[in-house]
Write a protein that binds this ligand. Sequence first.
Ligand code: FAD
Length: 512
Amino acid sequence: MASPHRNDFALIVIGSGISGLFVALEARHLGPVLVLTKGSIDDCNTRWAQGGIAAAVGPLDSPGQHLADTISAGAGLVNEEAARVLCYEAPARIHDLVTYGVAFDSLDGEVALGREAAHGRSRVLHAGGDRTGAEIETALSAAAMDPSITILDHTLATRLLVTHGRVTGVEAVALQSGATETYAAPNVVLATGGAGQLYSHTTNPDVATGDGIALAFDAGAEIADIEFYQFHPTALRVPGVPTFLISEAVRGEGATLRNARGEAFMRRYHPLGDLAPRDIVARAIVAEMRADGAESVSLDCTGLQSVDLAARFPAIFAFCIEAGIDMRRDPIPVSPAAHYLMGGVRTDIHGRTTLPGLYACGEVACTGVHGANRLASNSLMETVVFGKRVVEHIATGEGGSATHHPDAASVRGPDTAAPAHRDLQHLMWEGAGMERTGEGMQNALATIARWPAPEPSRTRAAFERRQMTVMASLMLHAALARTESRGAHFRSDYPAADDANWRKQQVFVREA
Ligand SMILES: Cc1cc2nc3c(=O)[nH]c(=O)nc-3n(C[C@H](O)[C@H](O)[C@H](O)COP(=O)(O)OP(=O)(O)OC[C@H]3O[C@@H](n4cnc5c(N)ncnc54)[C@H](O)[C@@H]3O)c2cc1C
């Protein structure tokens, strides 16, 4: 591919998951768009999404009910203005995705709607059964083969360029040649996804190292809700087999979690049983595993006679067969794994960050719609609802930025970096995982302080270790300060919610 002229772009998008590609497609009328992505185009979280995308499109549903479920899942911290935008604009964004070629599954001529935990209605659209993310990524990638979109793959964004307080471009390394380039544009959109690689067990692919959050933090943008990390309760746990998500939709179809003694235990923990909110299910599983001295619990689909499991969940079914498990007959061994980051670069409802010229959308952003805990399948929808708004706002030419949070705390980033990915993953799994304690987090921060200075090397691995160390440090600071339990943040030394002191967001900004 011919090298693009470095200053010819109306917009630079970092990331090629659903957020990045959707923004690029929507922005074509603004002028040439550059997409930088550090792996191949489909190397992203999006591709692995299974369950689907939430929108109140069913006859018995309404955006108001979707909003009520979203607020309830978020444990008191949902930004209601942003959540209203999400739920009321969701049906129109489904229409956009269909226009871009996403074929959602149907049943008897009507769109098929799945049910997932903490949704009061069946409102989760899916595609290719449980290959929703792959179907979306394939459709958007094909649509993005457009003369007005330049995609540079294997290109690592390493720095946001800031001139007089405004983001004016991106420094990036072409990973195959090692060459460093700078690209200028009046607007930059961060669409770099999540950070599951911070943890030893994760459903996220290896690109999910939180780069965008560290890039934005270094550039001076505000970071919010970073202590809230969602662990998915049910990832396949078979020794020697990679971690693989077993979607909540399997429980939505009626599968039951059982402990090592065969007991269906979830009703003991929550009236919604197996469809209780994710954090409750994840901690219940950990408690049962601990009580039984087991490495996993079982997800039992064997009673689901009316569901054709191979047709409804083709990806899960195939993966399980590869691992020697026939889910029609065998219970599936599962345990929790790091899955989704609720917090991120703080934005307003137009996707503006607190830095002029810098927008963020998708998992890297914190719009506040998830509060302390994400409602299943709201994340894919958030990417397109706010992706659309980013482009609409850029088109107005108003510019500006999100207003600064009145209580943003200045913090110093670490001046060290993890010696190896696995050191950091182990540190975070033990120190800031599903159950946290003040002592554990203090120890983790002390370990980070003892690590060596970041390597000057421009390799992707060295860069990611530094970005992940920044993320880990921010997450530990935030989780340590929050002396309560709320949503996905659980502290065994402060097991109750403290609404009087903590029904509020924590926001950090780099010390000037
Ligand atoms: C296994 C799994 C199942 C899921 N199931 C669902 C579901 O059913 N429903 C739902 O709503 N959500 C689901 N999610 C969450 C959802 O998939 C993600 O939140 C969403 O896809 C994020 O999209 P994104 O575009 O923001 O990020 P991603 O799709 O992760 O894309 C990020 C992009 O940024 C690139 N990038 C990162 N850093 C850099 C850098 N420094 N330089 C250049 N490029 C960079 C990456 O290479 C990638 O292309 C699931 C997630 C996983 C992992």
